[in-house]
Design a protein. Structure first.
Length: 160
C-alpha cells in the first residue's frame, strides 16, 4: 500500500513470486470512470473508491490460501474494508518522499496516473504506523531489499 509511485507493482510482483502467491493488481480493477477521472488529473473521492475497494475485497475473498494485492489503501477506512474481506490481511506500507514519488510517476510510461495527482495522495494518506498487521518500510531502497524484509516479516507473522 502507499501513494502512486511508491513501488506497489514492482514490490508486489516480487513478493508474490517469492511466496508463490497470485498477484492482484489493484489498478486493473478500477472502473472506466475512475481511470477517466485520474487521466484528466481529477483526484478520486471516497465515493469513487467505494466500488473499487469492494471489488478488491471480493477478489481477495476468492483467494483463501492467500494473494498479494497492490492497492493504495490510503485511508484507515479503506484498509478496514479490505480487512473485512480477508481475515489476517497484512499491509506493507511502502514509504517514499513526495519528491521521489513524483520523480517515479513522471518517468514511468504507459500508466494513466499523471504526476499532477501525486500531491493529492500524500494529502489523503492516513499513516498506518501502529495499526495491527502493518509493516512500514523505506521503499526508496532497492526492490530486492524491500522484498527480502517483507517476506521475512510475512513468514514470521504466519508462524506466530
Amino acid at each position: 500500500m502507499g501513494v502512486s509511485g511508491c513501488g506497489k507493482s514492482a514490490v508486489g510482483q516480487a513478493v508474490a513470486d517469492a511466496l508463490a502467491l497470485p498477484l492482484i493488481e489493484g489498478d486493473a480493477f478500477h472502473p472506466a470512470a475512475n481511470v477517466d477521472k485520474m487521466s484528466r488529473g481529477v483526484p478520486l473521492q471516497d465515493e469513487d473508491r467505494a466500488g473499487w475497494l469492494a471489488r478488491l475485497g471480493d477478489e481477495l475473498s476468492r483467494h483463501p490460501q492467500g494473494a498479494v494485492l497492490t492497492c493504495s489503501a490510503l485511508k484507515r477506512s479503506y484498509r478496514d474494508l479490505l480487512r473485512s474481506h480477508a481475515r489476517g490481511l497484512r499491509f506493507l506500507h511502502l514509504q517514499v518522499t513526495q519528491d521521489e514519488a513524483l520523480r517515479r510517476v513522471a518517468t514511468r510510461g504507459g500508466h494513466f496516473y499523471p504526476p499532477s495527482l501525486v500531491a493529492s495522495q500524500f494529502e489523503a494518506l492516513e499513516n498506518p504506523a501502529g495499526e495491527d498487521g502493518v509493516l512500514v518500510v523505506d521503499a526508496q531502497r532497492p526492490v530486492a531489499q524491500v522484498t527480502h524484509e517483507t517476506v521475512a516479516w510475512i513468514n514470521s507473522t504466519i508462524r506466530n
